[in-house]
Design a binder for this molecule. Structure first.
Ligand SMILES: NC(=O)c1ccc[n+]([C@@H]2O[C@H](COP(=O)([O-])OP(=O)(O)OC[C@H]3O[C@@H](n4cnc5c(N)ncnc54)[C@H](OP(=O)(O)O)[C@@H]3O)[C@@H](O)[C@H]2O)c1
Length: 325
């Protein structure tokens, strides 16, 4: 994973912690609209993305799945570090956090509330519903309208929010007509429980079906330098100005594979030439790939978070992108 020992030169240290004054409750609003984008913070170097026309976020977010226990089940081994990661993400200028009720389950959302409530104005907490965890091994889609309503209301309570800024259908449920699941999210939006609707793990046809029912502002699919299966969905997102949130942005599975993906090998060579860490190189590839991409790298460690956010300022050249292919 570590491409070069000098990678720590890229770490951004000593960024002023949010002061007590900056964090005073009066400075915060439960309503998550407005912007907390701060151009002086490291994440700002990634640029900004407007989600749904009114959520202005820094284009490097944080994925809060890894702050739970092993196998995304139960409490984290180090709860103090998990809360520190969340607070540090905000200090470094990230104002977009992705989570889901299924992470833990419930643990990730609860830790976000414990660590960050009252929330700074403009912080976007994007959560998801539509997937349940009967045990540590299983992730089972549940897209029944009644489940989605219950899940959304439970997330609102857990996160202590009056409205969820971005609520995403975690995964289409093959047992439930997709239109019924999306239709329920549209109802939740009409009732003010959800501000914007997003999708996850969808193909172009599902995206089009959902768009016929409700405005879709984001798609979260697996995508990284070694996994381009969602190139077609990304192209639609670019055309229609829909935020694209690649999950597994760091391509860890591909990096662990016995036979290295040639694109990953080329990126590693570039990382070595530039004296940057491989995690940073994978994020730089995504940030360069499309202005609609908002990576949400996840970690349980403050040092990894700092490395990842330091990638906000790295872009690959056209020649480097062509070399990778
Ligand atoms: N919609 C979906 O179906 C779906 C599925 C999966 C994930 N997601 C979302 O996407 C986010 C990211 O996905 P992901 O967590 O699977 O993939 P990822 O962010 O690409 O990788 C996370 C893994 O990389 C390690 N890592 C992070 N930064 C590192 C660094 N600088 N150096 C070395 N290792 C590092 C983490 O371990 P450490 O904890 O040790 O740093 C963790 O094991 C999740 O948090 C979640 O919000 C969505």
């Amino acid at each position: 994973m570590i491409a070069n020992p000098s990678r720590r030169g890229f770490l951004i240290r000593g960024s002023a912690a949010l002061t007590g004054a900056a964090l005073s409750p009066s400075a915060f609003a439960i309503a998550q609209r407005g912007s907390s984008f701060d151009p002086s913070r490291p994440a700002a170097a990634a640029g900004r993305l407007s989600i749904g026309g009114d959520l202005l976020v820094s284009r490097l977010g944080f994925g809060a799945m890894r702050i739970t226990g092993d196998g995304i089940w139960g409490e984290p081994r180090d709860g103090k570090e998990a809360r520190a990661v969340l607070r540090r993400a905000l200090e470094l200028g990230t104002n977009f956090i992705d989570t889901a009720d299924a992470y833990g389950p419930y643990v990730s959302e609860r830790l976000i509330k414990d660590a960050l409530y009252p929330y700074p104005k403009g912080l976007v907490i994007a959560t998801k519903g539509g997937q349940v965890r009967p045990n540590a091994q299983e992730w089972v889609p549940d897209g029944r309208p009644e489940h989605l309503r219950e899940a959304c209301e439970a997330s609102l309570a857990r996160l202590k929010l009056e409205q969820i800024a971005l609520y995403q259908l975690h995964r289409p449920d093959p047992k439930v007509p997709f239109e019924d699941s999306v239709g329920e999210l549209a109802k939740l939006q009409q009732q003010g429980k959800i501000h914007h609707v997003g999708l996850s793990n969808v193909d172009p046809e599902q995206l089009a079906k959902a768009q016929a029912i409700v405005k879709i502002v984001s798609v979260q699919n697996r995508y990284n330098v070694a996994d381009r299966q969602s190139d077609d969905v990304l192209a639609i997102c670019e055309r229609e100005h829909i935020a694209f949130l690649p999950w597994a942005p760091l391509a860890q599975r591909a990096q662990a594979a016995a036979a290295p993906d040639p694109r990953l090998a080329t990126l590693e060579a570039i990382a070595n030439e530039r004296h940057i860490d491989m995690a940073q190189a994978t994020l730089a590839w995504l940030l360069t790939r499309s202005p609609l991409i908002l990576p949400i790298p996840g970690t349980s460690r403050v040092d990894h978070l700092e490395e990842n956010i330091a990638a906000a300022r790295i872009r690959l050249s056209r020649q480097e992108m062509e070399r990778i292919g």
